[in-house]
Design a protein around this ligand. Sequence first.
Ligand code: TXA
Ligand code: MG
Length: 290
Amino acid sequence: MLLPTETVYGLGADASNPAAVAAIFEAKGRPRFNPLIAHVHDAETAARIAALDDRALALAAAFWPGPLTIVAPVRDTAAVCDLARAGLDTVAIRVPGHPLSRAVLAAFGGPVVAPSANRSGRPSPTTFDDAVAETGDKAAVALDGGPCAVGLESTVVAVLDGPVRLLRPGAVTRAQLEAVVGPLAEADNDARRSPGRLALHYAPDAPVRIEAAAPEPGEAFLAFGDWPAGEGVFNLSPSGDLAEAAANLFAFLRAADRAKPAGIAVAPIPDEGLGEAINDRLRRAAGFIG
Ligand code: TXA
Ligand code: MG
């Protein structure tokens, strides 16, 4: 099922059904070592599936429903099957905020795994049309929830032994997290703890050049702030607003790519607040390990 969330469109399936979960990996061309996020309707359901300690519960109270994913020890290994967890003894879980996904999860009752609905390695779809173009032919049902308000994937944190660890910067910022649980630890390079952090990710067909002061001839340009309009120019936020830039990022990467430019140059984005997640996605789209 194509499932709209407030972050990006997901490709959803019953988390307890290995055949349905296998079909999701297949549709995305996703490596099986990369586990999926289980989406549930509320924190009580989450707490039955994952062992949420006081810090996890505080994060859940602060940010759910919303764009935060918590990785915690798994409690119910049948509800989110081994394949969905890539065999790990942890599970990634979140309560999304979009009314359509909430209605689906409330009606279904159990957890729904939903990776971003792009084919593996490509930018996440943030509009219904982009989602249909990526994996719509593989979905039995496609729900149109309009454009995604946030436009960047959820923040992923691990709440295991030791300090809370930031595995993927996202829509909930570092400062927002630290206000609840104190200083975060960085993700280490232990592939088991952050298995999805592949170097080339979120990539359009055209090569992406980041921190660009101006486009070269033949390049499309993703501007930020004051920049003259023109052919091949997509301004992420003329007023320099990071939330607006996040919401536009993937849709504009795709739009720029459609004209088959020699490359896509992207203006520097301040590395504060939501800018940390935007720059993470851009470094990966450009092929740099973040
Ligand atoms: O905003 C989002 O999170 C979207 C919407 C659809 O909810 N979903 C999404 O899913 O971005 P996906 O599969 O594209 O990204 C899930 C990330 C991957 O980086 C994966 O490696 C990580 O979560 N992950 C999942 N389970 C994990 C686990 N047990 N331990 C560590 N990382 C995990
Ligand atoms: Mg993804």
